[in-house]
Design a protein. Structure first.
Length: 110
């Protein structure tokens, strides 16, 4: 855990969040500043700073993030209409919180 990381605090129950799913490896919660009708953050419990800090041993967590995003799209009713999955990487790529996370965005009317 990174003491100053808000996502570490959320996954450890030390900061509030609107959690919609969790298991032993991931926590999924609503973004507090949504950019879509459905905007969820899929966050590993393990503190991984960024995509740039991953190595081959981390492949399973990326697979689980992606499959969980698919499941959450189904659960929220946006799977058939379509959705976006997004990683922001480093400041130049829009990353603001330096704890790996995937955005699930969707729910726009077509």
């Amino acid at each position: 855990m990174n003491q100053d990381c808000i996502f570490c605090k959320i996954v450890n129950g030390e900061a509030p969040a609107d959690i919609v799913f969790e298991n032993e490896r991931l926590v999924v919660f609503k973004d507090i500043n949504p950019h879509a009708p459905v905007h969820l953050l899929i966050v590993p419990r393990q503190h991984l700073r960024s995509i740039n800090d991953l190595n081959e041993e981390d492949a399973a967590i990326i697979a689980e993030l992606t499959l969980t995003a698919r499941d959450m799209a189904r659960k929220t009713g946006i799977a058939q209409s379509g959705y976006k999955l997004l990683f922001n990487v480093e400041r130049g790529g829009g990353q603001v919180i330096f704890h790996l996370h995937m955005h699930l965005l969707g729910g726009w009317s077509g």
